[in-house]
Design a protein around this ligand. Structure first.
Ligand SMILES: *[C@@H]1O[C@H](CO)[C@@H](O)[C@H](O)[C@H]1NC(C)=O
Length: 278
């Protein structure tokens, strides 16, 4: 099965992994076709400056007043000064508040071969997020408990609503308004059986044919759909054609809590030192 990372290839597409995929494209609506009517206060659009202005290419989640959690493959090859994040908006083309990226932390063990692992990065933004606003908030990261299979989850994103594969040469069209898909996790064993060589640090989710993550959803949040909203996963990769009855693979957030905590503390300590020197 051919795999792909689910960002929009604006600069250069990262490597695809292995073999064939017999699935043919049919016009389906990714993310189950539901348009959000309310902002998701912790979700940001990651944007890159192009000739026509800022363009959405990945998502992220606000985890502190200065930090966004995203996928490593979204930002690995980009310089912070080429990027910005837009917070507090339903429509990535308008509204919201724009922040610069002042630091980029890609997981030191991020790798794409022989398999995609540690696909996680933390961005530090400036100015700090306006968390006093109702439409901007941090997301709860939860504890170290592993999310089991058959758990209801929710994906939100501005990713492509057509299943065009990576390498098709077609620039994916992304919707202006945020989309939502409610589906379920599957166990890692089941994910392996379905052809994905996941480790314990990933989590998979699967919906019926025609529903799933797609290009441009990368870095975005997978949220536990019941109880307190909690970040369970970060969109990482899927099969080469979106939503063809194959799982979507996410970075498992509960596996990376020590890493995330370390980066946040390190940046805050750096800021305290800078303040003391002024
Ligand atoms: C948002 O509103 C539209 C039109 O009323 C509706 O079709 C859609 O399902 C709503 N989205 C959600 C997530 O409820």
């Amino acid at each position: 099965m051919q795999l792909k990372l689910l960002h929009l290839c604006l600069v250069a597409c990262l490597s695809l992994v292995a073999a064939t995929d017999e699935d043919s494209a049919s016009v389906v609506r990714i993310n189950g076709g539901q348009t959000m009517n309310q902002t998701v206060p912790f979700q940001v659009s990651l944007q890159q400056k192009g000739r026509a202005g800022w363009r959405h290419f990945c998502s992220g989640s606000i985890v502190s007043r200065q930090h966004v959690l995203t996928a490593a493959h979204c930002v690995e090859q980009l310089k912070p000064e080429q990027l910005s994040v837009l917070a507090g908006t339903l429509n990535w083309k308008s509204g919201g508040q724009r922040h610069r990226i002042v630091a980029k932390h890609v997981h030191p063990q991020y790798a794409t071969t022989p398999r995609i692992i540690n696909d996680i990065a933390v961005l530090q933004v400036s100015p700090a997020f306006a968390l006093q606003r109702a439409e901007i908030a941090t997301v709860h990261l939860g504890g170290a408990d592993r999310v089991a299979g058959r758990t209801p989850v929710r994906l939100t994103g501005w990713g492509s609503t057509t299943p065009s594969g990576a390498g098709s040469g077609v620039v994916a069209q992304v919707p202006d308004r945020l989309q939502v898909l409610n589906y379920q996790t599957i166990s890692n064993e089941e994910c392996v059986q379905k052809g994905f060589r996941v480790t314990a640090n990933e989590i998979c989710a699967l919906a019926s044919h025609g529903r799933g993550a797609c290009m441009g959803d990368s870095g975005g949040p997978l949220i536990l759909a019941s109880g307190r909203q909690q970040l369970a996963g970060i969109v990482s990769y899927g099969s080469a054609t979106c939503a063809q009855g194959k799982p979507d693979v996410y970075t498992r957030v509960s596996s990376f809590l020590p890493y995330i905590g370390r980066i946040l503390r390190q940046d805050l300590a750096g800021e305290a030192r800078a303040t003391a020197q002024n």
